[in-house]
Design a protein around this ligand. Structure first.
Ligand code: SF4
Length: 226
């Protein structure tokens, strides 16, 4: 059987003020020693990192952990970037997750809106998972070696938007049901969205290009006749 030891962090910060204290950085060093010991014994290992870190300390924290653990796979819950948003901690975690992911975190745990408040419901877990996937994908878009593959998805969405191709936009959406529901909630059937509607820049540009093509064709025809 395959087995991976997951080394958690007992001194993980419980608030922004604790994020980069002496105890936490001492523990990074100990985790590095434990990773080394596990590897010498032929046991594969991954490492958990802190959960509350202000945005400007995330890069240092992630890079320090990767350095002292000799690149062991690192997973994080968040880190959340502020303590003042109970009910929105899937979002505070996603903000930190993007920065952590860009700087070397390998795996983001899902954080739900009920973090610090209550056991999550099924809906909370769904919401938290989607938002964490958005954070992970946003980090992938900026990561050397991964970004070219990650950007293909966004490219498909961009093309679908340019074409005002709604089925394709829903297919590419991370949560197609939610996108479809918002699109149709006013019951208005137009080919653009209702943000700019008749002034939709995409539609106006498309119509302008079609007019230009039409003019060019007419000109070509009349030149052939003369
Ligand atoms: S209506 Fe505005 S927001 Fe909507 S697709 Fe067109 S340009 Fe974009």
């Amino acid at each position: 059987h395959e087995l991976t030891l997951s080394l958690g962090d007992g001194l993980r910060p419980g608030c922004i003020d604790d994020a980069s204290d002496r105890a936490k950085y001492m523990e990074f060093i100990m985790l590095g020693e434990l990773v080394d010991r596990a590897r010498r014994a032929g046991v594969q290992v991954m490492v958990e990192g802190p959960g509350h870190v202000p945005a400007d300390e995330i890069e240092t924290s992630v890079k320090a952990m990767k350095y002292v653990t000799d690149g062991a796979p690192l997973y994080l819950l968040g880190p959340i970037v502020t303590d003042i948003a109970p009910g929105y901690d899937h979002i505070t975690a996603a903000i930190g997750g993007v920065i952590a992911g860009m700087n070397g975190a390998d795996f983001l745990c899902a954080t739900t809106p009920s973090e610090h408040l209550d056991l999550p419901t099924k809906e909370d877990i769904f919401e938290g998972t989607i938002v964490t996937r958005i954070a992970a994908h946003s980090a992938d878009l900026a990561k050397p070696g991964i970004k070219d593959r990650a950007r293909l998805w966004d490219r498909k969405m961009a093309v679908a938007r340019m074409d005002l191709d709604w089925p394709a936009q829903f297919d590419q959406a991370i949560n197609p049901d939610l996108a479809r529901q918002i699109r149709h909630r006013r019951g208005v059937e137009v080919d653009t969205c209702t943000m700019c509607n008749e002034l939709c820049a995409i539609r106006l540009a498309k119509e302008a290009m079609e007019r230009e093509e039409e003019k060019a064709k007419k000109k070509e025809k009349s030149e052939k006749r003369t």
